[in-house]
Design a binder for this molecule. Structure first.
Ligand code: SF4
Ligand code: SF4
Length: 309
């Protein structure tokens, strides 16, 4: 999965433009890569979720794609969907990465993390003949990573897997790592995470280190403004049916309580986004997504802890 430095530099220039970096950023990124001995290693783990975040990223075709970034342009060491290795060989690549790049690699976790019965409801492989749960893997790998990214709402805030009755007691990434990884967990919510937000965050990490975060752990530059504030229908009359052109507040639009860059970034290669395609925002990037008090479904007591509660 490795590529040459020349190829990586070429990609850096292209992707830097795609994610809106200026010339100085591009020069800095290229210098950083020139000075580095290897491309940045990434371990991507998957937990309770639908793999939608991976699929969303791989479906992006027009701008620089995250799978291109993670599979070809940086050194993707482990991703159970994308790698060809399996079994012991796959798991050994995690061990090798930790050993060879201690404190230098990026850990990405997609999906929530079951904790009931010592996490046995999500096993990613075997270690010493025993099931290796995602919970144990995150606790072992997280503290050794340089940065830890929660990709998507499930990993960031619980999302659907942590919704009531939450039989496997799914927890968030930051809750699992609470106290173990000071100041290096970044939440990138969205159901799924937007490929731009992930790409931009990784490039920013490479260039500048940890970004400024909101109170609930999201990069401020990407998520720091309410959708409502940037919605093109803020001045429109409220409408009472989906499909009509206007404001959907009467229909329970979550734009006034959801911070995200959807109005400017849009989806499907910038073709459109929820509200402009005539549907209210359901708040999929919000930390309360699918919580009982708002959605009528609800999280159980299994969702607790962490700074975002
Ligand atoms: S549609 Fe939603 S986000 Fe847009 S103005 Fe109305 S309430 Fe705000
Ligand atoms: S507009 Fe709302 S529901 Fe649509 S993707 Fe953005 S946060 Fe999610």
């Amino acid at each position: 999965m490795k590529i040459s430095r020349r190829e990586f530099l070429k990609w850096c220039s292209a992707s830097a433009v795609a994610v809106g970096l200026n010339k100085m950023d591009i020069i800095k990124l290229e210098s950083m890569v020139m000075a580095a001995e290897t491309t940045p290693p990434v371990i991507w783990l998957q937990g309770s979720g639908c793999s939608g975040c991976s699929i969303s990223l791989m479906n992006t075709v027009r701008q620089t794609t995250i799978d291109d970034l993670l599979l070809n342009k940086i050194s993707m060491k482990y991703h159970s969907n994308l790698m060809t290795a399996s079994g012991d060989l796959a798991i050994s690549s995690i061990d090798e990465t930790i050993s060879n790049f201690d404190g230098q690699f990026i850990l990405v976790v997609e999906g929530g993390i079951p904790t009931k019965d010592n996490g046995i409801y999500c096993v990613i492989g075997e270690k010493n003949g025993q099931p290796w749960t995602l919970m144990d893997a995150v606790q072992e790998i997280g503290p050794k990573a340089k940065y830890v990214i929660a990709a998507g709402t499930c990993s960031s805030y619980g999302g659907a897997p942590a919704a009531g009755p939450n039989p496997t007691e799914v927890q968030t990434l930051s809750t699992i790592l609470n106290g173990m990884t000071a100041n290096k967990v970044i939440n990138l919510p969205g159901c799924p995470v937007h490929p731009y937000n992930l790409t931009k965050t990784i490039v920013d990490l490479l260039l500048y280190g940890m970004p400024s975060l909101t109170y609930d752990g999201k990069p401020s530059s990407l998520y720091g403004t309410e959708i409502h504030e940037r919605c093109p229908y803020e001045e429109y009359n409220e409408v009472s049916s989906l499909g009509e052109i206007g404001c959907y507040e009467e229909l329970g639009c979550m734009g006034p309580r959801t911070d995200s860059n959807c109005p400017s970034r849009k989806w499907n290669n910038q073709v459109n986004w929820c509200i402009e395609s005539r549907h209210q925002c359901i708040g999929c990037s919000d930390k309360n997504f699918l919580k009982s008090s708002i959605y009528g479904g609800g999280y159980s007591g299994g969702y607790s802890g962490g700074y975002h509660d």
